[in-house]
Design a protein around this ligand. Structure first.
Ligand code: PTJ
Length: 252
C-alpha cells in the first residue's frame, strides 16, 4: 500500500509495510509481525521518539562495542527487514561481526537473510554454516546453536528484539550483552548489561552516529563511560520517560 507522507502516522505505517513485505519475501517470521505489535504499544508510550535514557544507554553500548575484542551483532528476521543497510554500516564502522540467529529457525530463511545483508554491503555473515556451530548452555530454543567464530567467540553481543532465555544464557556465558527492546520490563531488558529502550528503526541509526563520534576516544575513556552505566537505574529512567509522556496526555 502506498502511504502519503502527509499521513500523521507515515513512519509507523511505513515500518509496518516493510515488515509485511519482509514476511512476503520470507525474511520475517509470522510471529515477527505479532512481536512488532507489542513493540508498537511500548513505542506509543515513548511518543515514538528517542528518550534521554536511550541516548545514555546508546553511549554505554558504543563504549562496549568499541572496546570489545570480538563484538558480534545478532540478526533476526525483523532486524533484517527493518534496518538492513544501517545494521551493515554499523557492523563495518565498529567493526563488528554479523550473525544470523533465528528463534523460528529455518535454513531457507537464514540464507535469505544472509543474502539480504550481503546485498546491503556485508562481506562475511556468520550463522549459515551448520558445521561451524557450537551450543550455548541453558537455551531452550533453536537460538542455542551459534557460530563458533561469531557469537560463540564473541565477548560483546548486540541482540535486537531477543528472547529473555538467550539473553540470560549469553550473560551467563560471560558475554557482555547489549539489548534493543522497547519493553523495559522484559527479561531480555533486565538480563542485559546495557539495554537501549527504543525502536530499532531509531536505535540503529543512533548507534551508528554515536559510534562515529566516539571512535576517536581512548580505551580508558571508553572504559569509564561503560563502567559508569547502570542498566537497572537506566531501565527505571526509561519507565519514568514513558510515565512522563502518558501523564502529559492525562493532563490535557
Ligand atoms: O526472526 P526470528 O525467528 O528470530 O523471530 C524474531 C522474533 C521477534 C519473532 C522473536 O525474537 C520473538 O519472538 O521475540 P519476542 O520474544 O516477542 O520479543 C520481542 C521483543 O522486542 C518484545 O519485547 C518487543 O516489545 C520488542 N520489539 C518489538 N518490535 C520492536 C521491539 N523492540 C525494538 N524495536 C522494535 N521495532
Amino acid at each position: 500500500m502506498k502511504i502519503s507522507p502527509n499521513h500523521p502516522r507515515f513512519r509507523s505505517l511505513g515500518t509496518r509495510e516493510r515488515l509485511v513485505r519482509g514476511f512476503q519475501n520470507g525474511i520475517v517470521a509470522p510471529q515477527g509481525l505479532i512481536a512488532h505489535g507489542r513493540g508498537e504499544a511500548f513505542d506509543y508510550m515513548l511518543g515514538e521518539t528517542t528518550p534521554k535514557s536511550s541516548r545514555l544507554a546508546t553511549k554505554a553500548a558504543v563504549a562496549l562495542l568499541l572496546r570489545a575484542r570480538n563484538p558480534v551483532i545478532s540478526i533476526n528476521g525483523n532486524t533484517a527487514a527493518l534496518v538492513p543497510r544501517d545494521i551493515v554500516r554499523l557492523a563495518r564502522s565498529v567493526p563488528a561481526g554479523l550473525e544470523v540467529n533465528l528463534f523460528h529457525r529455518s535454513l531457507a530463511r537464514e540464507r535469505r537473510i544472509a543474502s539480504l545483508l550481503k546485498r546491503n554491503g556485508a562481506e562475511l555473515v556468520h550463522g549459515v554454516d551448520e558445521r561451524a556451530r557450537v551450543r550455548i548452555r541453558g537455551v531452550a530454543s533453536p537460538r542455542r546453536d551459534v557460530d563458533a567464530q561469531g557469537i560463540g567467540d564473541a565477548d560483546v553481543v548486540l541482540i535486537p528484539l531477543e528472547d529473555g532465555d538467550r539473553a540470560e544464557a549469553l550473560t551467563n556465558a560471560g558475554k557482555a550483552v547489549i539489548a534493543i527492546d522497547l519493553n523495559p520490563m522484559s527479561r531480555t531488558s533486565r538480563a542485559a548489561a546495557v539495554t537501549i529502550v527504543d525502536n530499532i528503526i531509531r536505535a540503529i541509526p543512533e548507534l551508528l552516529q554515536i559510534t562515529l563520534t566516539m571512535k576517536p576516544l581512548s580505551m580508558s575513556r571508553l572504559g569509564a563511560i561503560a563502567s559508569k552505566f547502570d542498566n537497572e537505574t537506566n531501565l527505571a529512567r526509561a519507565m519514568k520517560d514513558m510515565i512522563h509522556y502518558m501523564q502529559g496526555w492525562a493532563e490535557t
